[in-house]
Ligand binder design. Structure first.
Ligand code: TYM
Length: 329
């Protein structure tokens, strides 16, 4: 069975972009792959986090995984900080990573832009991400488009390790949706929808009240052409809304175009708001059940044990390849 690994940062409330770009594929891939899905809390602290908020968001992301349909009996769901091998392999891979490679990372450039002091953790973030993936020798990594560059670096680091120390790591492949790989802000289609965008009108949060979602969609920016046509270059706003429609209602872009042919944006937006609300309501009901039941703690404990079994073996092998003296058992 092929291995799949991915993770989401508990650095804010999850958006529908996180669902469409990543989580939806987690759910799909779990049936035929050995899956590891993490809450990457060690990555979240590369920018300042309030401790109480970090704790709450970490539990919330884990509960959302379950609510979205990841079956803890099929996939290991765990917190990155519960498996210490991530930090250790992260360090080993940092020593293989070049400064120039890290300087070229667009996520680093975006997050550090205009800041007086930038944490070193933010700079070496991609080496830790590579460790997350290589620790499980993952074949596939379901992510949104914005993680492509980090995946490329991971592939380079795997190749560099293999040629320097002997063939050991699997070189992973990104698994990116064709439509919806980059869901854009509702108020500015030149920017990615992001959990850290302070302007709440730009995002649809998975835990937003359905009434709020309807309002956000009705206010979402569109062009003045009033033709429901998928054309991300010339009509980025409506194309973005169509991607959201396609994923939440499970219909193709061509079917959406056919359905709204000759109509203005009003009916499309109204239906979209209903589709998104209808998709999100059961997810939220399940989420609240999961939180109330406390099952998330058992799931995280079991997930960490499963992950650690693999992680420990890999780390020992990596150290052996690199020339470390291994402790006696
Ligand atoms: P993060 O937490 O920013 O986002 C989690 C996942 O959601 C995707 N995503 C989007 N997809 C489509 N449209 C959007 N607007 C959108 N916003 C976010 C992201 O591409 C991602 O797949 N570095 C990663 C976390 C990470 C990771 C890993 C991922 C750490 N270690 C190992 C995979 C494997 C991140 O910041 O994701």
């Amino acid at each position: 069975m092929k291995r799949v690994l991915s993770g989401i940062q508990p650095s804010g409330q999850l958006t529908i972009g996180n669902y469409i770009g990543a989580m939806q594929n987690f759910v799909k891939l779990q049936h035929e792959h050995q899956c590891f899905f993490m809450v990457v809390d060690l990555h979240a602290i590369t920018v300042p986090q309030d401790p109480a908020a970090l704790r709450e968001q970490s539990e919330s992301v884990a509960a959302l995984y379950i609510a979205a349909g990841i079956d803890p009996n099929k996939a290991a769901i765990f917190l990155q900080s519960h498996v210490p091998q991530h930090a250790e392999l992260g360090w080993l891979l940092t020593t293989l990573t070049y400064m120039g490679e890290l300087e070229r990372m667009t996520q680093f450039k975006d997050k550090s832009e205009g800041k007086d002091s930038v944490g070193a953790g933010l700079f070496v973030y991609p080496s830790l991400m590579a460790a997350d993936i290589l620790l499980y020798n993952a074949d596939l990594v379901p992510v949104g488009d914005d993680q492509k560059q980090h995946l490329e670096l991971t592939r380079d680091l795997a190749g560099r390790f293999n040629s320097r120390y002997g063939n050991y790591f699997t070189v992973p492949q990104p698994f990116i949706p064709e439509v919806g790989a980059r869901i854009m802000s509702l108020d500015d289609a030149s920017k990615k929808m992001s959990k850290s965008n302070a302007n709440a009108g730009s995002n649809i949060f998975l835990l937003d009240d359905p009434a709020v979602i309807r309002k956000k969609i009705s206010r979402a920016k569109t062009d003045s052409e009033a033709i429901v046509k998928y054309d991300p270059i010339h009509k980025p706003e409506i194309s973005n809304l169509m991607s959201i429609y396609s994923h939440t209602a499970n219909v193709s872009i061509a079917d959406i175009e056919a359905k709204y042919e000759g109509q203005m944006y009003g009916p499309f937006k109204k239906d979209l708001a209903e589709q998104v609300a209808a998709f999100i309501e059961p997810l939220q009901t399940r989420y609240h059940e999961v939180r109330r039941s406390g099952e998330v703690y058992d799931v995280l404990q079991k997930g960490a044990q499963q992950a650690q079994e693999v992680a420990e073996l890999t780390l020992n092998e990596v150290k052996r390849h690199m020339g470390f003296v291994l402790p006696r058992r």
